[in-house]
Design a protein around this ligand. Sequence first.
Ligand code: ATP
Length: 200
Amino acid sequence: MHLAVFGGTFDPPHNGHLALCLFARELLAIDRIVISVSNNPLKQTRGASDSQRKHMAELFAAEINLTGTTCEVSGWELEKRQPSYTVDLLHYIKNLYPKAGITLLLGEDSFREFPLWKEHEKLCSLCRIAVFRRMTTEKEYLTAATDEWKDLPENVTFIDFSYPVSSTDIRELAATGRSIENLVPPSVRRYITEQGLYRK
Ligand code: ATP
């Protein structure tokens, strides 16, 4: 079995996350996806609570499951109630699925900070890493991280991907009452409306 781990704050999960997971499934032959909801250290005053973010991640996982993938949500990072590190998450997942191969899915913006991550070299020995290029809303790619890296670890793959949407965009649209239709899965959109999330 090959497992993908996809972590984020998911405040809220959006169609960029959805496209990335489905693209990874097709391209990397993933059998199962674990969505890990992380603590949100930069939590904004208008952001969703931990339980609301976890609930939205579960709605998001259910949408993926409709397409035939097995996708589950882990609240392990949230339960720790302290800064969590990807290397510790990977150890935890490895214990749960000792026989599985693991690929960590990352957006390019997250990967830029990779050299600063706790035990990042160790992390490379625990999993493959798939980095998805990320287009900004100005429809430009960030400078390719590959250009900046001299010793890119062997098991890191860059994947061309262009889906210029972010949770920040969604929060800003929702704050001013503009439509977020087609930017988030329908069940997530309904939940945002019901809970009055991100409104000023
Ligand atoms: P925010 O705008 O609040 O920073 P976000 O849209 O980056 O949120 P996160 O939950 O922080 O969403 O992202 C989880 C992971 O998904 C990160 O690795 C991030 O880089 C990646 N990601 C999110 N949106 C995209 C996208 N449109 N294209 C490629 N990667 C993405």
